[in-house]
Design a protein around this ligand. Structure first.
Ligand code: FAD
Length: 318
């Protein structure tokens, strides 16, 4: 089922989750165990992130540095198929522009089509210092809107080459939105107009970057509607669990931590930080449910423990 259909059919706000594939060569068991523990929350779908190759430098015994290029976490498509096959939960594989040619994206979409996976999240990715050299006959998508356009073309039966007897795919495409603006955009309005390009290219829904300030999410939705974006907007939340996240979340995800949350976390004992994070996320959910958002998306990555403490009491209330 498409995400848009799942949202249309929902009679109450639902909770979806985002996980990451294991490190290269690692066992998939721990992640499938996480998914199994989420089944009782009845998630409409689960996103699996994608990771392009990165450059690593390793110091050698003679003091020189060796350059490695490694895709640390492959396996997005396989994990999506495994989760769907084992638990019957719809999955959303993430596809990236950076690190992949358009030809490789087309191949991935063909695989997904044959696997019966109808949903994809189209993202640009971040510049991690490695732009893979392309063969002369390969092409690249620069922005997520270019990738969305490529998928829309396939949905209309047009592949990169003119081919005979092609089938039109039927993908439902999600894209990323940023209530606090994307860090490269000069302002929020600029960024929202670029978000509209993605929707105009065929995106059917938007999932937001994690945001700890519910008012900013509500304001973001309002601004999107003002420029004519009509597709569903799904707020992304993360549960604060460690003091170090006061620095790592702003550094890695370019998000702000509201003053009152930061102050509460800073003055708490380490072992109480997740209690604060759980209470904060639960309040955000209650406010977002009251505001009528159809779905809330949790970035859980490697553990289901905290999100269950947030969602189970909310589901009982509902
Ligand atoms: P785009 O929509 O292409 O936008 C990137 C920037 O370019 C923005 O500043 C935008 O305003 C600007 N822009 C867009 N179009 C134009 C244009 N035509 N002209 C000029 N400027 C333009 N990263 C991963 O590596 N793997 C993942 O699995 C992953 N999952 C994510 C899931 C979600 C829900 C979110 C919010 C982010 C995720 N990311 C992931 C991070 C994402 O790749 C980065 O935030 C990246 O920097 C931007 O991706 P985008 O798709 O939003 O890019």
């Amino acid at each position: 089922m498409k995400i848009t259909e799942l949202l249309d059919n929902a009679t109450e706000t639902q909770f979806s989750f985002e996980i990451i594939p294991p490190k290269r060569g690692g066992s998939v068991k721990a992640i499938l165990d996480i998914v199994e523990s989420l089944v009782e929350l009845d998630p409409p779908y689960i996103d699996v992130t994608s990771h392009s190759a990165q450059v690593y430098y390793e110091e050698q015994p003679d003091g020189s540095w060796k350059r490695h290029i490694k895709r640390k976490r492959p396996g997005t498509l396989g994990m999506c198929a495994a989760i769907r096959g084992r638990f019957g939960i719809e999955t959303v594989p993430h596809l990236l522009c950076y690190g992949f040619s358009r030809e490789e994206s087309e191949d991935a979409l063909i695989e997904l089509n044959y696997l019966g996976i109808q949903n994809v999240m189209a993202l640009r990715g971040d510049d991690n210092g490695y732009r893979k050299p392309l063969l002369s006959d390969r092409t690249r998508n620069e922005y997520a809107s270019d990738l969305v356009r490529q998928i829309s073309e396939m949905n209309a039966g047009h592949y990169l080459e003119d081919l005979m007897d092609t089938v039109a795919t039927d993908f439902c495409v999600g894209v990323a939105g940023y209530p606090e603006r994307h860090f490269e955009a000069p302002n929020l309005t600029w960024d929202i107009l670029n978000l509209k390009r993605k929707v105009d290219a065929g995106a059917a829904y938007i999932t937001t970057q994690m945001c700890f300030d519910t008012e900013k999410i509500v304001e973001f939705e309002k601004k999107c509607r003002e420029v004519g974006i009509t597709v569903p907007i799904i707020p992304g939340l993360k549960i604060f669990t460690r003091k170090s996240q006061l620095q790592t979340l702003p550094r890695n995800f370019h998000v702000q931590i509201p003053e009152s949350l930061a102050a509460e976390v800073e003055s708490a004992k380490d072992e109480h930080v997740f209690d604060i994070g759980i209470a904060w996320a639960r309040r955000q959910c209650e406010d977002l449910i009251s505001a009528g958002f159809p779905n809330i998306h949790f970035y859980i990555l490697m553990t289901s423990r905290y999100v269950k403490e947030v969602v189970i009491p909310l589901r009982k209330l509902a």
